[in-house]
Design a protein around this ligand. Sequence first.
Ligand SMILES: C[S@@+](CC[C@H](N)C(=O)[O-])C[C@H]1O[C@@H](n2cnc3c(N)ncnc32)[C@H](O)[C@@H]1O
Length: 303
Amino acid sequence: MAKLNPCKSLNSDLEHSSKCFAAYCKYARRPESKESWTRSVFCPKVVEALGTERKQLRALGIGSGSGEVEYWMLTELKNTYPNILHTSVEPCAEEVTKHKQLAQTNKSKLPGVLFDWRQQTFRKYQQTSGKSEEEHEFHLITAIHSIYFEPDLEKVLEYLYGCLAESGVLVVALDPDVDGVGQLRCQLPLAWDENYHYCSTNHVKAYFDKQHVPYTTLRRPCQVDITPCISQCSPDDDHYQSPASGEGAMLLDFLYQVRDFHHLVPMDDQRKLLRYLMSMCSSIDGDMLVRCDTEYVIVTKLT
Ligand SMILES: C[S@@+](CC[C@H](N)C(=O)[O-])C[C@H]1O[C@@H](n2cnc3c(N)ncnc32)[C@H](O)[C@@H]1O
């Protein structure tokens, strides 16, 4: 693919980015719901790594968004660990409000779980978090699709690993860059700026390989329906126009991690990018589906 003009990354506008992520979640198709997958696949793996002896758990979430993943995780983990303190680091005010509402509405389902919300970026958290061992050490740290936002991935991983208590568990979820949307993002440095630094689980694995720290992985299959992005007309059409607003436009922003794809990406580039996206799709019942798996790297702190 020819060189593309750089644009602003989606993460330069957190509120818009959250809306685009919500559009993506709406069009993402997975064999299992978030609730079922978190309970039956993800949590057993985390409990296996953490062990069942401890009664108290200190957990940290980086880029928790509206807290849905954490919510399903905590409702399950509290069966094994009756006292949990969950610290959540999320810079977007609207997302933090949604997370608080979710926790408040479901208070009775989370007995023994205390929350500590920090509305700040990961970097700010690093600068301001307490220095005492108690405040600084966690048994479980999760970063689900949220560490593209720091320039130095290795430093982030080194810091997070350093925050783990003995035998603690770090879970980092990102795109695997081998196919579908992961491949698309890795091959197209379209909007890589100070707010977005592409990284995949391959980078995470390479870092822990270098440190001789063992890990296991889990893959959550997903396909996203991109039909709303091309509902107006095909990129081969003479009068091609990408959607300027609505779900199709938000989905395009999210897939390419660009702020305002429709207005900021030159028309020729838009056509190339959509053709490329469509070349990765399979058509099922008239819908255009592209792979968008998530891979989880699960690291246990060596003792
Ligand atoms: C793709 S969403 C994922 C949300 C959630 N983890 C989930 O899987 O549902 C990425 C989240 O990272 C947050 N984020 C953006 N920049 C960040 C930063 N510098 N530090 C921490 N989180 C950040 C965003 O506001 C957003 O809520």
